[in-house]
Design a protein around this ligand. Structure first.
Ligand code: S3P
Length: 205
């Protein structure tokens, strides 16, 4: 049974979302938002979707929110307005998701560069998010980025991709938890994130 998300006073508490407690009872429990970070190709969106399904909560993808709000693809924003403008939109969208969305999503996937902007990291921490870093080797990430899917402006140049990966790893490692995704399925990774980051009383499997 999926909860209706409109009634609990818990929703008034910042950082909390409300999810249905499965097992026949209509009970509502609050749970901090889980935010997935990591480099391009880490699987943040697919794992986020699967994790939200597993724990019966809502999912949002920050890049998808940006695209929806701007009415343009990420590649178009980079091409026409440059990376600085993309970062501004990203920051504003993160603020909207955390502070103006009711209820806030239970699981949020960020784009690879979002967490390395200090302002965004601070906003997430202030809002009590549980931050999970999805990691893999740079070779594996590069291979995944070459699979058909979303166009990634910062994945086009192999050397720059590696440099950016090295530069960002230290910041990603400030997450509350790190999960290795190398050679593992989306389901396996989502399950490990659940075990690490979701208190057992919130789990439905
Ligand atoms: C970026 C990663 C992309 C997207 C944009 C910039 C980055 O998201 O936000 O192209 O700076 O690493 P994914 O990590 O989902 O590919």
């Amino acid at each position: 049974m999926r909860a209706t998300l409109s009634l609990s006073p818990l929703q008034k508490v910042r950082n909390m979302n409300v999810q249905g407690y499965l097992s026949g009872e209509r009970r509502y429990v609050a749970q901090p938002m889980i935010v997935l970070i990591g480099f391009m190709g880490a699987g943040k969106s697919s794992v986020g979707r699967e994790l939200a399904r597993m724990i019966g909560t809502t999912f949002a993808d920050l890049d998808e929110e940006i695209v929806r709000t701007a009415g343009r693809t990420i590649a178009e924003i980079f091409q026409h307005d440059g990376e600085a403008e993309f970062r501004r939109l990203e920051r504003e969208q993160l603020r909207v998701v955390l502070e103006e969305t009711d209820p806030v999503p239970g699981v949020l996937a960020l784009g690879g560069g979002a967490f390395v902007q200090l302002w965004n990291e601070e906003l997430l921490r202030e809002n009590g998010a549980t931050i999970v870093f999805l990691d893999a080797s740079v070779e594996e990430l590069q291979r995944r980025c070459h699979e058909p899917g979303v166009a990634r402006p910062l994945a086009a140049n192999e050397r720059k991709f590696r440099e950016l990966y090295q530069k960002r790893r230290e910041t990603y490692a400030r997450a509350h938890f790190t999960v290795n995704t190398q050679g593992r399925t989306v389901k396996q990774v989502a399950h490990e994130v659940m075990l690490l980051a979701v208190p057992s009383r919130h789990r439905t499997q």
